[in-house]
Write a protein that binds this ligand. Structure first.
Ligand SMILES: NC(=O)c1ccc[n+]([C@@H]2O[C@H](COP(=O)([O-])OP(=O)(O)OC[C@H]3O[C@@H](n4cnc5c(N)ncnc54)[C@H](O)[C@@H]3O)[C@@H](O)[C@H]2O)c1
Ligand SMILES: [Zn+2]
Ligand SMILES: [Zn+2]
Length: 366
């Protein structure tokens, strides 16, 4: 059972003022407008003042009307770094004034999936851990109510800036968990990453942690390929008629050990499948909107593994440690900065990322 109050219930909560937030009003419609202040609804909640937020490709999918669960009136966004301003009476681990990372996944910490380390399917918060800007109001707002704060939030270490921590809310754990860890990258491996957007670049940035010897970035966008080299790729291949042959020529002739798909189109998953050697892994990260026909008649005999899934964000503590030590330069993800008042412009730049040489945008109150 969903125990959150929805936006209607929130109207009934004790709320003294208004704040600004980016509200979804159906496909193609959004507005930065006045809404009631975020407020505690359950004893396990906190309220976080949003100091930094960003936009995800998924927000663009929502605005295209692709995510039916997001309804008119919902505040968008599922990534934030902020400061706690109110604490529910059952919250033990956080206090007012704490600087925290609000991750894309909310977790109760107790259900069977949370206990198995798979909070992406937390049954308590609604059957799926991604609830901000989806099932409850999100983070593209001056403040946000955070349920299950003790088990969901992360304290941001003093040495980590907001502009670094924000990318640990979603992109970095996604590339690492659903790409590098699921694909089981091992020392000496050759890894191909199809799609070098924020998520693919996050995979490239963290592939070296597992000792990959060669990392090949593949994209249609030259700017993104330049970024891939900056993020640690040893080689890049611009998509063309000979992509598969070009990549295989960079291996011992048999293909890559791990092919990571970070786009979400049938053709890019097929490219990833064509690149992998017998016994290798294909780690699909992309969100697919249409069926994909895989050549199982060729694949069955290759002993390949195919993985997929929603990020759990359980790697955040590890990633925070490595950002703090300088091992992961997370700040490289942010290419443009906007204020809340410029949020429409931020969406336009992010939506037309190739034309604007954009990767991720950083949005702050002022
Ligand atoms: N599984 C999860 O939990 C999860 C979480 C977050 C995002 N995602 C998904 O990961 C994918 C990547 O996200 P992102 O934010 O990096 O998106 P993005 O749009 O920023 O990046 C996609 C990249 O793919 C490239 N591309 C497009 N067509 C291509 C082609 N034919 N061949 C090679 N490259 C091509 C684009 O130029 C771009 O650089 C999306 O599908 C997103 O929805 C999944
Ligand atoms: Zn996201
Ligand atoms: Zn749970």
């Amino acid at each position: 059972m969903v125990r959150f109050c929805d936006s209607q219930a929130r109207w009934g909560a004790v709320s003294v003022g208004t704040m600004k937030a980016l509200v979804y009003h159906g496909p193609g419609q959004k507005a930065w407008e006045d809404v009631p202040d975020a407020a505690i609804a359950e004893p396990t909640d906190v309220v976080v003042r949003v100091d930094t937020t960003t936009i995800c490709g998924t927000d663009l999918h929502i605005l295209q009307g692709d995510v039916a669960a997001v309804t008119d009136g919902r505040i968008l966004g599922h990534e934030a770094v902020g400061t706690i301003t109110e604490v529910g009476e059952a919250v033990k681990g956080f206090g007012v004034g704490d600087r925290v990372l609000v991750p894309a996944i909310t977790k109760c910490g107790r259900c069977g999936y949370c206990q198995r380390g798979m909070p992406s399917h937390c049954q308590t918060v609604g059957g799926i851990g991604w609830i901000f800007g989806h099932l409850i109001d999100g983070t593209q707002a001056e403040s946000v109510r955070v349920p299950y704060a003790d088990t969901s939030l992360y304290a941001v270490p003093a040495g980590v800036t907001n502009e670094q921590a924000i990318f640990l809310a979603d992109s970095l754990p996604t590339g690492y968990e659903v790409g590098v860890l699921a694909g089981q990258v091992r020392p000496g491996d050759t890894v191909a990453v199809v799609g070098t957007g924020a998520v693919g670049l996050s995979a490239i940035l963290t592939t070296g942690l597992w000792g990959a010897s060669r990392v090949i970035g593949i994209d249609t966008n030259k700017f993104r390929l330049e970024k891939a080299l900056e993020f640690g790729a040893t080689d890049v291949v611009e998509v063309g008629p000979g992509t598969v042959a070009d990549v295989i020529a960079l291996t011992d002739g048999l293909g890559v050990d791990v092919a990571i798909e970070a786009v979400g189109y049938p053709e890019t998953l097929l490219t990833a499948a064509s690149l992998v050697r017998p016994g290798g892994s294909i780690a699909n990260i992309g969100v697919h909107g249409t069926p994909v026909e895989l050549p199982m008649q060729d694949m069955w005999i290759q002993n390949v593994t195919l993985t997929m899934g929603l990020v759990d964000t359980v790697s955040i503590p590890t990633l925070l440690t490595m950002v703090a030590s300088g091992r992961i330069p997370a700040e490289k993800m942010g290419t443009h900065t906007f204020t809340f008042g410029q949020i429409d412009q931020a969406y336009d730049v992010f939506k037309n990322a190739a034309a604007n040489s954009a990767l991720k945008v950083i949005i702050t109150p002022a």
